[in-house]
Design a protein around this ligand. Structure first.
Ligand SMILES: Nc1nc2c(c(=O)[nH]1)N[C@H]1C(S)=C(S)[C@@H](COP(=O)(O)O)O[C@H]1N2
Ligand SMILES: [Mo]
Length: 517
């Protein structure tokens, strides 16, 4: 009963904070803040494990893990509070302090945002006090007399004790239900108070000063089942540290470009709308993508070239990096020269003809062709500091990843899937390959230990987008391994050297086992 009292009290802490949290910064509720803090302290091997095991469900897995941990701690605290009330109080206050500390140390979160957690903690303490008193009430009644039959129900023997026990469970149940209602109410209220989705929908993207070059016919591999050449927004992979998507009001958004510059530049969202925007297809890739993985996507981006912004700021001699920071404290280190050359690195506001989806950085993110996202693609970006690699470290660099991240040449098999069973005869094999900024000049397929055979390349849209391929395989019955490798535009063949994603991207040739029947 004391353990149950602890769990109910913990639910009250979270629910009250959730309800009040509707009136404060959304990222400041206890679960989000604790989870975000946990993510920030996650070592890279654990991040890698989480992505490898749960893929893009890693956040759901984190919430389940947190829920279980909190439940266990709450059981313990409940028992402690029942045995020694003072120790219980100290334990609850300590947990409350941990929550408050994790809330107020989040980027872009103010001290006032701790109010829901503080009120929630005291509400939880009050509930714990009342429930513990009820348990004491149950305990106060004598046990059933020793003379009673062994199989007799003690509640029958001592009806008053039974009634007081039922009162405890009723109080616990009603409180838990109320907590559930409060939490749901808080969610709905928070969603209702936020008008960010309406603001995004109402946004009219400007006409670009320079349209994306027309996509040639035949970019799509003719093999059915190969990933679409243009990734729809809803299917675009999502990787970030944000447990709760930042909600940014475009009227308050401002970007500050500062540091080693002759002139500090500030941009409002209206400045971006009024600027000469360009449109460009770019394939984004995540450094955590394992060989054969699908953490890559291709979209048409609309934005302001970063070289134009940097031209206005005039970087000083000696600067070699731009540290971009998001509203929630993520940061990326991008070589300055990459943002100044002609590859069309941009501050993007549009994705496939729409404003950026919230999860992909609304209202403004960076898109830099040729670099993995962790060193370039800052979503919800609000700050650019011109600095030096020697002076500043980005979010993932501090956690054991590389400070630079050019994308490695990679070929991927989409069809047939690994472990597929196919009929003997001609089997259509297909997939995609990327080497952003260098382009793909060749894709080859090897069956078992045979000769490398050249695949048919689909049309090339640009050097910064992926290029699809297809291959007709005359398959004989039995179990076979299909290997694939790409050659980039400079003639360099994709390395067969196996490497893990940490620290600067996976490498090696993908091998797919297929059973031919
Ligand atoms: N604010 C913020 N931006 C971020 C990240 C992040 O964690 N926070 N992750 C980066 C990484 S690792 C990648 S691969 C890309 C992914 O962009 P997407 O989610 O739009 O596909 O975003 C980058 N930008
Ligand atoms: Mo990434």
């Amino acid at each position: 009963m004391a353990a149950l009292a602890g769990v109910v009290a913990a639910a009250v802490v979270l629910a009250v904070a959730e309800l009040l949290g509707a009136f404060f910064t959304a990222r400041a509720t206890p679960l989000i803040a604790l989870g975000s803090t946990f993510i920030d302290f996650t070592p890279s091997w654990l991040k890698d494990f989480a992505i490898a095991t749960f893929g893009t469900n890693d956040k759901a897995a984190l919430f389940v893990g947190m829920g279980l941990t909190i439940a266990v701690l709450a059981c313990v605290l409940g028992v402690v509070a029942y045995r020694r009330w003072t120790w219980g109080v100290l334990g609850v206050l300590f947990m409350g302090a941990v929550i408050v500390a994790s809330v107020v140390t989040r980027a872009g979160v103010g001290a006032m945002d701790a109010i829901p957690s503080v009120v929630g903690t005291f509400a939880g303490l009050l509930v714990l006090r009342l429930l513990v008193a009820r348990i004491r009430g149950v305990q106060a009644w004598p046990e059933a007399p020793a003379s009673a039959a062994v199989d007799a129900d003690p509640m029958e023997d001592n009806p008053r004790k039974g009634a007081s026990r039922r009162r405890f469970f009723a109080a616990a149940g009603i409180t838990a239900a109320a907590a559930g209602l409060a939490a749901t109410g808080g969610r709905l209220l928070g969603a209702a108070r936020s008008n960010i989705l309406q603001a995004r929908d109402a946004l009219q993207l400007p006409v670009p000063a320079r349209w994306a070059p027309a996509v040639p016919a035949g970019v799509q591999s003719p093999v059915p089942g190969v990933t679409p050449w243009l990734t729809p927004n809803g299917e675009f992979y999502r990787i970030d540290t944000a447990l709760s998507v930042p909600e940014i009001d475009v009227d308050n958004w401002e970007l500050r470009l500062h540091g080693m510059v002759e002139e500090e530049v500030r941009l409002t969202f209206q400045d971006l709308l009024d600027a000469e925007l360009i449109e460009s297809h770019v394939t984004l890739t995540c450094v955590s993508n394992p060989v054969g993985g699908n953490l890559a996507g291709n979209a048409k981006w609309l934005g302001l070239p970063l070289r134009e912004v940097l031209k206005r700021a005039r970087p000083k001699d000696g600067a070699d990096m731009v540290l971009s920071t998001s509203i929630d404290g993520f940061s990326a280190s991008t070589p300055l020269e990459v943002l100044q050359d002609d590859r069309d690195a941009m501050l993007a506001i549009g994705m496939n003809g729409e404003p950026l989806p919230l999860e992909h950085g609304y209202p403004v993110r960076m898109v830099v062709p040729g670099l993995y996202g962790f060193v370039s693609a800052t979503k919800w970006v609000v700050d650019l500091e011109v600095t030096r690699f020697a002076d500043s470290k980005a979010y993932w660099t501090e956690r054991g990843w590389s400070e630079r991240g050019p994308i490695k040449t990679m070929a991927r098999v989409d069809v047939p899937k690994s472990f597929a069973k196919v009929p003997a005869g001609t089997v259509a094999v297909g997939g995609t390959a990327w080497a952003q900024t260098r382009g793909i000049s060749k894709v080859e397929v090897q069956v078992d230990d045979g000769e490398w055979m050249e695949a048919d390349l689909s049309a090339e849209a640009s050097l910064v987008t992926w290029r699809q391929w297809s291959f007709q395989w005359e398959a004989a019955p039995g179990q076979h391994y299909l290997k694939v490798r790409a050659t980039d535009g400079t003639g360099e063949v994709q390395t067969d050297q196996r490497a893990d994603p940490v620290p600067n991207g996976a490498s090696g040739w993908q091998s797919v086992m297929v059973t031919v029947q």
